[in-house]
Design a protein around this ligand. Sequence first.
Ligand SMILES: [Zn+2]
Length: 263
Amino acid sequence: MNVKIQEFSAILQAMDILQLSHYLDGLLDIRSIKDAPNAVNGLQVQNTGEIGKLGLAVDLCQATIDLAIEKKCNMMFVHHGIFWSGVQPIRGAYYDKLSAMMRANLGLYSAHIPLDMHPVLGNNRALADQIGLKHLEPFGEYGGENIGLKGTISPQSADSLGKLLQTKLNAAVKVIGSGEVASVGLVTGGAADILHQAKDEKLDCYITGEGAHHHFHEAIEGGCVLILAGHYATETGGVKAVGKHLAEKFNLETEFLDNPTGM
Ligand SMILES: [Zn+2]
């Protein structure tokens, strides 16, 4: 490749935040997937100039903003955006986050449910692949849509499935119930309320991120093993997959900004 062609391809690859956001809106079907109003999927904070480096994180929080700035990112892609708490005065910790981003010219794009349920790049698909789930079908109705997956694994004890998850996710995993499991449903994040759907569909096991105290009894009495593999840990897969996709597609520099909450 001669110098002139190299320059031309560099021009083709340079993108600003509006162009990259437009691509992500289409990729993740942002406009047609329903979500909580405060998810505000899509471009959340604009900036100026070209995107040289994209930082990807599960949560938008002060720690990941600081990491993004330290790693010289000029755009972030996150699963949990900045508007979860709704309309509020821009002061205190909220001011600190917004002002740090704006002073550093750091843009922000967020994708919540659209990232959970993407068939190839989604959090649920990543988790399914990690446990070798086969014969995938949509599962886990939330707001009229199936956001998770169900399928089958080679029969194994609930305990060994828990250990596999612990190894794959490098996170603490809690297994509630016991026995052999082969049919599995999963919804990443904080979706233990969907446990009853797994029970109704007679699945052996349901995997999600985190639950409440009462889900223990619901699992034991319903005869469906409940595995809690961490809200954070179960939602890293999709974020990483999007980073890999953008790096390959646009030759964009990306970095996963890890800030595990242990929850
Ligand atoms: Zn979540």
